[in-house]
Design a protein around this ligand. Structure first.
Ligand SMILES: Cc1cc2nc3c(=O)[nH]c(=O)nc-3n(C[C@H](O)[C@H](O)[C@H](O)COP(=O)(O)OP(=O)(O)OC[C@H]3O[C@@H](n4cnc5c(N)ncnc54)[C@H](O)[C@@H]3O)c2cc1C
Ligand SMILES: NC(=O)c1ccc[n+]([C@@H]2O[C@H](COP(=O)([O-])OP(=O)(O)OC[C@H]3O[C@@H](n4cnc5c(N)ncnc54)[C@H](OP(=O)(O)O)[C@@H]3O)[C@@H](O)[C@H]2O)c1
Length: 495
C-alpha cells in the first residue's frame, strides 16, 4: 500500500515535471528506414505532437528491404513506399541517408543528441552452416544474391557465374528461397519489364541454369514458405516440378502438426498435387525444379578441375524427431547423398549484427529487449537502457512480412509512450538535447555527405526516367557513385 502511494506520487511529480518540458520537442532518432523504422516514425509522429523525428539510413535510398529485398516481380508489395514517403515528408520528420550508425556516428553520440533512439537497422548478415567448404567460390548467400538482382549498391560486384553450370542448389525452403528460385527459373522476358537491376537481367539472359534443387532439412509438412509464393513458383512457364512421392508420406506427428496449422496444410496440399502432376513440358528450353526434403547439408565439395570452386553438396538424409507438434527437428541418419552443381545459394536466414556499445544476444541474433525497450543484457536482472529502443528484425529476429513490422512498431512506440508517461525517461527527457542540429553539425564536421529526402527524390526521378526508356517502372542506379551523382541537381546520369 505504502509502495503504491510512493509510486503514484512519483508518477504525479514526473508528469508535472515533464509538462514543464513540453515546450522542448521530444527529439527522436530512428536508425533504419525500412518498414520497422518508417512505421515507428509514423506512429511516433501521430502519438506526440511535440515529437521531432529524424530517420537515418546508411544507404542513399530509403525503405530497406522493400527496395532491396522484395522481388522485382512483386510490384504490388512495394506500393507501401508511398505511405513511407509521406512519413519522411512530414513537417516534423527528416530523412538523412548515407549516414551509418557505427561509422558516421556512434551509438553513444546518438544517445547524447536525442531523447529517444530507436534502432531499426534490420539484419544485414547471414546465418552460417559452419560446415566444410562454405568458403568455396560459387557458394553464395541468398542475401547477397537478392541484393545483386535488386540493385543494392553493396551487391553490384557479386557477379554470380550462371554460365558455367546448368545446376543450382538452393538451401532452405522459406520465401526467400522461393524468390531466388523464381528469379533463376522465370523466363527473362517476364523479368525484363520489372525493376530488376539491368546487370542482373543481362546475366540471367545468358544463364545456362536449367535445373534447380530446393533442399529442406525437414519434410513437406514443415516447409517454411507460404501458399501464394509456392503457387507462383509452381506456375512458372516451361517448368517441370519434381517431388519424390515417398517424401509425402506423413507420420502421425506430421498429421497432428498439419491439423493445427492451416498454412502448412495448404503448402502440403499444393506440393502433393504438384508431385502427381505429369511433366507438362518437353523441349529445348525445358527447366526443372526439384523439391528435395529430409536432407541436411554436410559439406560443400570442391571441383577437381576448377580448384577453389564448388562442384556439389553432400547431404545427410534426415528423419524427424520431436517432443510435440510443431517441434519436430531434423536428425541425421548417417546416410549420405551428393548433388552435383556449379552454384549454391544458402537461404537459411538473415542475421543482425551489433554496433559498438549495443547489448546483443549473440545466440538469438537480436538486441535483448522488453517490448522494444533495450535491456543491458540477457539475464533476468538486466537493467533498462534508458532512451534506447529497438524495432523490426533487429528486435524479433529475421522473420515476418512487411506488415508484421507495423505491429512491432506499435508495440515499441507504446513502450516509449508508457515510459514518457511513467517518468522512466525523465533524466533523458530533462536534458536539453541538440537533436537534429547537433547531428547535422557532427556530420558536417566529419565531412559526411548527407542524402536528404529531396536528394532521394532526384535519384527516384532519374531511375524512373531511365526505366521509362526501357519499359520498366524504374532502372535502379546500382552503384554508390551513380546514386550519389544523381543527387546533384539536374543530373541525367546516362541513357
Ligand atoms: C529477400 C526478401 C524478400 C522479401 N519479400 C517480402 C514480400 O514480398 N512481402 C513482404 O511482406 N515481406 C517481404 N519480406 C520481409 C520484409 O522485407 C521484412 O519484414 C522487413 O523489411 C523488415 O524490416 P526492418 O525495417 O526490420 O529491416 P530492413 O527492411 O532491412 O531495414 C533496415 C534498414 O536499416 C538500414 N541500415 C542497416 N545498417 C545500418 C546502419 N549501421 N546505420 C544506418 N542504417 C542502417 C538499411 O540500409 C535498411 O534501410 C522480404 C524479406 C526478404 C529478405
Ligand atoms: N513474399 C513474401 O511475403 C516474402 C518473401 C521473402 C521473405 N519473406 C519473409 O521474410 C522472412 C525471412 O525469410 P527466409 O526465407 O529468409 O527465412 P525462413 O522463412 O525462416 O526460412 C529459412 C529456411 O532455412 C532453413 N534453415 C535454417 N537453418 C538451417 C540449417 N542450419 N540447415 C538447413 N536449413 C536451415 C529453414 O528450415 P527449418 O524450417 O527446418 O528451420 C527454412 O527452410 C520470412 O518471414 C518470410 O516469410 C516474405
Amino acid at each position: 500500500m505504502f509502495n503504491m502511494r510512493i509510486f503514484r506520487a512519483t508518477k504525479l511529480l514526473c508528469r508535472s515535471f515533464s509538462n514543464t518540458l513540453h515546450s522542448e520537442p521530444l527529439r527522436v532518432c530512428v536508425v533504419g528506414s525500412g518498414p520497422a523504422g518508417c512505421y515507428t516514425a509514423e506512429k511516433m509522429l501521430k502519438a506526440r505532437e511535440q515529437a521531432q523525428v529524424d530517420i537515418i539510413d546508411r544507404l542513399p535510398t530509403p525503405f530497406g528491404l522493400v527496395r532491396s529485398g522484395v522481388a522485382p516481380d512483386h510490384p504490388e508489395t512495394k506500393i507501401v513506399v508511398n505511405q513511407f514517403s509521406r512519413v519522411a515528408q512530414h513537417e516534423r520528420c527528416s530523412f538523412f541517408g548515407n549516414v551509418t550508425l557505427g561509422s558516421s556516428v556512434s551509438l553513444a553520440e546518438l544517445r547524447g543528441l536525442y531523447h529517444v533512439v530507436v534502432l531499426a537497422y534490420g539484419a544485414e548478415s547471414d546465418k552460417n552452416l559452419g560446415i566444410p567448404g562454405e568458403n568455396l567460390k560459387g557458394v553464395l548467400s541468398a542475401r547477397e544474391f537478392v541484393w545483386w538482382y535488386n540493385g543494392h549498391p553493396d551487391g553490384q560486384n557479386l557477379d554470380p557465374d550462371l554460365k558455367s553450370t546448368d545446376t543450382a542448389v538452393i538451401l532452405g525452403q522459406g520465401n526467400v528461397a522461393l524468390d531466388v528460385a523464381r528469379i533463376l527459373l522465370r523466363p527473362t522476358l517476364e523479368l525484363a519489364s520489372t525493376d530488376i537491376a539491368s546487370h542482373a537481367l543481362a546475366t540471367l539472359e545468358e544463364s545456362s541454369i536449367r535445373v534447380v534443387y530446393l533442399v529442406g532439412r525437414r519434410g513437406p509438412a514443415q516447409a517454411a514458405c507460404t501458399a501464394k509464393e509456392l503457387r507462383e513458383v509452381l506456375g512458372i512457364q516451361n517448368l517441370d516440378i519434381s517431388i519424390q512421392e515417398s517424401d509425402l508420406l506423413l507420420t502421425p506427428a506430421d498429421e497432428e502438426e498439419l491439423k493445427s496449422n492451416r498454412i502448412h496444410r495448404r503448402i502440403f496440399e499444393l506440393l502433393s498435387k504438384a508431385a502427381t502432376s505429369r511433366p507438362r513440358h518437353a523441349g529445348l528450353n525445358q527447366r526443372r525444379l526439384h523439391f528435395v526434403f529430409f536432407r541436411k547439408p554436410d559439406c560443400f565439395q570442391e571441383s577437381k578441375d576448377n580448384t577453389g570452386h564448388v562442384s556439389g553438396v553432400r547431404f545427410e538424409k534426415t528423419v524427424l524427431k520431436g517432443v510435440g507438434p510443431g517441434n519436430q527437428i531434423a536428425v541425421g541418419t548417417g546416410e549420405f547423398e551428393d548433388i552435383k552443381c556449379g552454384i549454391v545459394l544458402k537461404s537459411i536466414g538473415y542475421k543482425s549484427v551489433p554496433v559498438d556499445g549495443l547489448p546483443f544476444d549473440h545466440k538469438k541474433g537480436i538486441v535483448p529487449n522488453d517490448k522494444g525497450r533495450v535491456l543491458s543484457d540477457t539475464s533476468d536482472t538486466a537493467a533498462l537502457e534508458e532512451g534506447l529502443y529497438v524495432c523490426g528484425w533487429l528486435k524479433r529476429g529475421p522473420t515476418g512480412i512487411v506488415a508484421t513490422n507495423l505491429y512491432c512498431a506499435e508495440e515499441t512506440v507504446s513502450s516509449i509512450l508508457e515510459d514518457l508517461e511513467n517518468g522512466v525517461l525523465i533524466s533523458s527527457r530533462a536534458a536539453l538535447k541538440p537533436g537534429r542540429n547537433g547531428l547535422l553539425k557532427l556530420l558536417h564536421d566529419r565531412n559526411v555527405r548527407i542524402v536528404s529526402f529531396n536528394d532521394w527524390e532526384k535519384i527516384d526521378s532519374e531511375e524512373r526516367r531511365l526505366g521509362s526508356l526501357r519499359n520498366k517502372p524504374r532502372e535502379k542506379l546500382a552503384t554508390w557513385n551513380e546514386l550519389l551523382t544523381a543527387t546533384t541537381e539536374g543530373t541525367e546520369y546516362y541513357t
